[in-house]
Design a protein. Structure first.
Length: 85
């Protein structure tokens, strides 16, 4: 779909099946059309619902929300935390 913003101007949003497809797309644009593509990380909102932990080791704090929306994968729940996406 067409997209863009105030800083870069008009652009094109393209969905891919994986990182390999992105790399192939970028290389073909460069090789065939001498165009360098600006590729950014996807911003997909994930709604995470946390469950109570059976152990105290991976317990979330009492004031932490039971549901949150995450777009940045660096904020993904730690291993051992029980949750549903």
């Amino acid at each position: 779909s067409e997209g863009g913003g105030p800083f870069l101007g008009p652009g094109l949003r393209v969905g891919f099946q994986g990182l390999l497809h992105v790399e192939v797309f970028q290389q073909r644009l460069l090789d065939e059309f001498d165009i360098e593509a600006i590729v950014t990380q996807p911003k997909v909102p994930y709604k995470i619902t946390y469950f109570a932990s059976k152990s105290n080791h991976n317990q979330r704090s009492a004031d932490a929300p039971s549901t949150e929306t995450i777009e940045d994968l660096s904020k993904w729940p730690d291993q051992g935390v029980r949750y549903k996406v």
